[in-house]
Design a protein around this ligand. Sequence first.
Ligand SMILES: Cc1cc2nc3c(=O)[nH]c(=O)nc-3n(C[C@H](O)[C@H](O)[C@H](O)COP(=O)(O)OP(=O)(O)OC[C@H]3O[C@@H](n4cnc5c(N)ncnc54)[C@H](O)[C@@H]3O)c2cc1C
Length: 382
Amino acid sequence: MIGFDLTREQKRLVEKARALVREEIIPRALEIDAQGDDRFDWSFAELLAKHNLLCPTIPREYGGLELNHLTTALLLEEIAQGCAGVATVLNTNIHAASPIVLAGTREQKEAFLPLLTSSQPALAAFALTEPSAGSDVGAISSLAEPDGDEYVITGTKDYILNASVASFFTVFACVTPIRNRASLRAFIIPASTPGLTLGRVRNKVGIRYANTSEVLLDGVRVSAYSMVGGNRSGSGYLLLTQTLDRGRALVGAVAVGIAQAAYNLALNHARTRIQFGKPIVKYQAVSFALAEMATKIELARLMTWKACWLIDRDQDHTTASSMAKWYASEVALEAASKAVEILGAGGYMANTLADKYSRDARVLATVEGTNNIQKAIIASLL
Ligand SMILES: Cc1cc2nc3c(=O)[nH]c(=O)nc-3n(C[C@H](O)[C@H](O)[C@H](O)COP(=O)(O)OP(=O)(O)OC[C@H]3O[C@@H](n4cnc5c(N)ncnc54)[C@H](O)[C@@H]3O)c2cc1C
């Protein structure tokens, strides 16, 4: 049997996150969202760093809170209710650190993980996608050529979250000219390494707090000790799938947060907007729409929790994680769209919460593997 009661620590964390969101994030979320990708406002990152929440999965011995995935999902849901861009920045840190936590050497952990747990905010980036390799990671063409005790990495990464503000990058590249999954390896590259530069800033329609840009790798020379997870055939691909399988459940949590925020906005409006002499929530068309939203959000949350629960028990979680990410991202989109409808004309106005939820929700079907890819994963494991 399992229960749904949160522990005292989890409740305390949720309360703390809720207060931070209410008092510090919501009042400035729209203003910062409007600034777009061109510049990064460190204030939210500073706020999270002050509470050691910028990468809460990091083990205690490296200064982190060592939150398990379920507790991290609770935190991400709360933060995403205030601003999905902020939740994405923190999720990207978790994602970039995950290969190091899973398979890094003690030296790698000591060198990089404490950066993300310091009260001085620091961010990291996860660089997998390339212009010709999106869903198809087997098409990655970045090459890490061995040269004595070093590797020289050349390639282009695109749509990389946190790129312009990252202290280090977790980069995937192939170690043989025959580029395929077997030759894929993960490297940790400090942002200051010569040859690593930023390309175009990617101006997004949503999650605009999270800065996104191209990363150019031109003869980036790193020590062989920068490789994470060993140098065996397939070791990089294995680490990648382990990271993505965990990350997808956490994208589910961000999606649930957006959906819940959209639902709250719509419910509040429906209770207070009077038409034909009564609140519009009294009309069945509106209340049924809200009932559907509430039910789907609950299901998305339970799927996310279950995927995290399996991850935390080290049980097979690939299918559950893909299902949670796919379903929750669809629910976020649907809830945001319903909220726009229930708010009437006000829901269609630019730079409002309803507008932000719709724009933020749209990306979730694409990141961490598109929803078609989630279906392909689920189908391959039937
Ligand atoms: C805002 C944002 C942030 C991102 N951040 C990062 C980041 O930090 N790091 C990183 O590495 N990447 C990042 N990405 C990239 C993201 O992971 C990719 O966009 C995603 O994997 C899809 O790749 P693609 O865009 O090239 O689409 P494509 O792979 O070209 O897919 C296009 C369409 O074809 C479909 N498709 C493709 N192959 C199949 C198939 N076999 N079966 C069925 N349908 C298929 C897809 O579902 C999709 O609908 C980010 C993307 C965005 C938009």
